[in-house]
Design a binder for this molecule. Sequence first.
Ligand code: SF4
Ligand code: SF4
Length: 301
Amino acid sequence: MFRVRFHGRGGQGAKIASRLLGTAAFLEGYYAQDFPLYGAERRGAPIAAFTRISKEPILERGVIAEPDILIVMDETLLHDPMAMPLTGLKEDGVIFLNTTHSPAEAKNRYKIKAQIITLDITKIGIDTLGKPILSTLAGGTASKIAGLREDSLKRAIEKELSEIITDSELIKKNIEASLYCFNTINPVEVKTSKITHKGSTIISMPFEAASISTPSINTKGNTPLRKTGNWRTFKPIFNYELCNKCMICVARCPDGCITINSEGFPYTDYENCKGCMICAEECPTEAIEKVREVHTWKTLQ
Ligand code: SF4
Ligand code: SF4
């Protein structure tokens, strides 16, 4: 059996990625099981999703504590003490990491003993889909690592995406982007692990208490317990020449990150702005620019 665990941020598509992998495996004649596990239902919050693939019926249940394949869709999660995506990764397992760094650099930086594959799928997502939605890209990388066929992946994307979106052009773009990732990654050998028939696996997952992951609910209008600035893929930049001080951005920011300076202009608390870009979408004068955030290992400390 292959046990695959995905780690992503809310909105990136980890759940769909795990489903695509499961469907591709099913279409290839395997038994498959996939499911997500959310902490807080919050855009940008860490989430995990799981896929089991086996030639025999899968009677094992519960979250995957020791994955054979680990898919980390956002490198910032490795710097998040509450996400801990490397937990349980086997030394003879395989990890895919979405990063701009090479496998050797990442291996050294994170002290990873397992085989590591890296690719900047955030850039691929932005370039091909116009958004950092990574479900089909992560599904493509996972399918390649799991040794599935390209045609199974393509059929899985067609099937799953046609159930949730109607834009055929967008589905086509997702297939192209996913197959690009599939074909960019070199094949790897992954050791399968023994199938168990012991029913539910009860492990403790490191999800945080709601008082920490959703502090804006539990604490008065702010995020004092959890700095969320490193969740960003995009950063809002204000252009005061275009700003008419309407304060719509202040009202719309879901994290209460925008306040007003002494001249009456809005500004963002970048320690907590998670980069959802709702402010830019809502601004009537297009005074907020969407700029790609560049996290470096130094800034992620
Ligand atoms: S929504 Fe746009 S125009 Fe209005 S205050 Fe914010 S930045 Fe200025
Ligand atoms: S991107 Fe804008 S709306 Fe989103 S958290 Fe940052 S300041 Fe708030």
